[in-house]
Ligand binder design. Sequence first.
Ligand code: MN3
Length: 199
Amino acid sequence: MAFELYKLPYDENALAPYISEKTLQFHYGKHHAGYVNTLNDLIKGTNLETHTLEEIILATEKYPSQQTIYNNASQVWNHTFYWQSLSPNGGGDIPEGDFKDAVIRDFGSVDNLKTELKKAATTQFGSGWAWLIVDDGHLKVINTPNAQSPLGKKRILLTIDVWEHAYYLDYQNRRPDYTQTVLDHLINWSFAIQNFYRI
Ligand code: MN3
């Protein structure tokens, strides 16, 4: 059974003016859709066809001969997670509760968490991702290159795509401005809280 492109939970213009409709048309409609189509082509007729996306990612990640499949499968997963990490009603403060308490405990403040996410996003050399994860019971910010993710190793709460295609139409080379804007106006704390409680 072929994988289908994740359906956005908001309109392509819903993140504007912070991320434009044009960026979503390309990023979601071309890049994300392209990874889905390429993955389907690559696994067609192979034993991977009957596996879940997560199973394909974990089964292929260690094998150099499977890197093309891994890259496309992981990018499908990463983008689906990224769209949910953003919301037209995002940004602002974190609602009171266990997740915010954990942020204060592990970073000192919400602003410090945002600073760490911005640092992870801007220091990732080349293409990649910034992540908020749970590591050994503590919240932690990391980054990964290219298609890589902490999937299957750590509980993932949020991600920010820092490939140039995520911001170049709106921010050109200004990755720090894109990241700051995402953190101030779009980051979906509700999604992080949902992932924080997920068993
Ligand atoms: Mn992307």
